[in-house]
Write a protein of this length. Structure first.
Ligand SMILES: *Cc1c(COP(=O)(O)O)cnc(C)c1O
Length: 369
């Protein structure tokens, strides 16, 4: 008997992407078995962290990397590292910031809310987030003004579909921070496929999620400059104690990175395109629904399926359809952020063909009643 039946839990088909309230992602059997094996062993945790460091550096080309509890923890601990450096007394003092730089600059449109506000990750260290520009965007002149403050610890940037405003030239913002002698951190939680590109902006630290597309147990990877990664690790004797990675998560990350290295990326992408094209072709035949293959808005290497609902022909609008999908058994979750425009978006990466047929079957039922 599966866990859902055993504990009376709702069965879910997740076409919403790596969505935290639904358990984020699926690990492969390989990652799951390494994780399970880790649980029954003892390890010298420092050795395990050194293994993660080497594996992340090899996989990304960065100088160093480490694993913390999650991306959110990665943001907090990266900010803390920029405030404390290698000083053990500073690590022990946080969130008391006396004598440390404590302003964290971030573009206003990057003050995202991914279930909680990212500025709270900053405030947890004792630092003060200071927003630059407006939701519409920011200019490098406005950022320059921010750096005029005497106490700037770091610049925090976000690469996500959640950011608002004109696309920020990340590399130029990073270069500006460096001209002021300040490190730049990028939160690229769901952008693990693009981590080399994000490091290519010159950013000192990039944080990505283990449990999103990488498919490890819950973990945050902090990747970049050796001295700053060591300063992130040093936080475990301070505020990072509450954000530490488990042994099984570190093993899971190492296994997932190795598996990704062995994956034939082009074949994987071709399979994703095939899956979405097949789904779109079948969904297009349904009454009142037209479907299209659309690219990922952040440049991730797989497409999504977009359904446009014609309420007159389908007998229900996009919002009602999304609600009906969710309230059935199994509960089907789609991205409904454009439902007012009559559109629903589905991300199919973790789904099996069998699950896709269940989704198509339900769409057919709902658009004909
Ligand atoms: C998911 C997400 C996070 C948080 O990731 P966790 O690993 O759940 O802490 C942070 N930033 C962005 C942009 C995200 O999408």
């Amino acid at each position: 008997m599966g866990l859902h039946d055993q504990y009376g839990l709702t069965r879910v088909i997740n076409a919403r992407g790596p969505f935290t309230p639904l358990g984020v992602s699926r690990s492969t059997d390989g990652v799951a078995s390494v994780t399970a094996e880790a649980l029954s062993g003892f390890f010298v945790m420092e050795e395990l962290k050194d293994l993660a460091d080497r594996t992340i550096a090899e996989a990304t080309g960065a100088e160093a990397g480490t694993v913390v509890h999650c991306t959110s923890a990665g943001i907090t601990l990266s900010v803390a590292a920029s405030m404390t450096g290698a000083s053990q007394s500073r690590v022990a003092a946080l969130p008391d910031t006396r004598g440390m730089p404590k302003t964290v600059l971030l573009p206003a449109g990057h003050a995202v809310d991914y279930g909680h506000p990212i500025v709270q990750d900053v405030r947890l260290t004792g630092a003060t987030p200071v927003l630059v520009g407006s939701d519409a965007g920011f200019t490098l002149d406005e950022l320059e003004e921010g750096f005029a403050r005497p106490d700037v610890a770091c610049l925090l940037l976000v690469s996500s579909r959640l950011t608002r405003g004109d696309d920020v030239p990340l590399a130029e913002a990073v270069a500006l921070a460096h001209r002021h002698g300040v490190p730049a951190i990028i939160d690229g939680a769901a952008q693990d496929f693009r981590v080399k590109e994000l490091l290519g902006t010159g950013a000192d630290l990039v944080t990505v999620s283990g449990q999103k597309y990488l498919g490890s147990p819950t973990a945050g990877l902090v990747i970049g400059r050796g001295d700053l990664v060591r300063a992130v690790r040093a936080q475990e004797k301070g505020i990072g104690r509450a954000m530490k990675p488990s042994k099984e998560a570190i093993f899971g990350v190492v296994a997932a990175l190795r598996a990704r290295h062995e994956t034939h990326q082009q074949a994987w992408e071709k399979e994703q395109h095939h899956k979405v094209a097949r789904f779109v072709e079948r969904a297009s035949g349904l009454r009142g629904i037209s479907a299209a293959v659309v690219p990922d808005p952040t440049g991730l290497p797989f497409p999504r399926a977009r359904l446009s609902v014609d309420p007159a022909a389908a007998g229900l609008n996009a919002a009602t359809l999304a609600k009906a999908l969710q309230s059935g058994t199994p509960s089907i979750w789609v991205m409904a952020h454009d439902q007012d425009k009559g559109e629903l978006t589905l991300e199919l990466v973790p789904l099996t063909y069998q699950e896709l047929d269940v989704v198509l079957g339900r769409l057919a039922e709902l658009s004909q009643t």
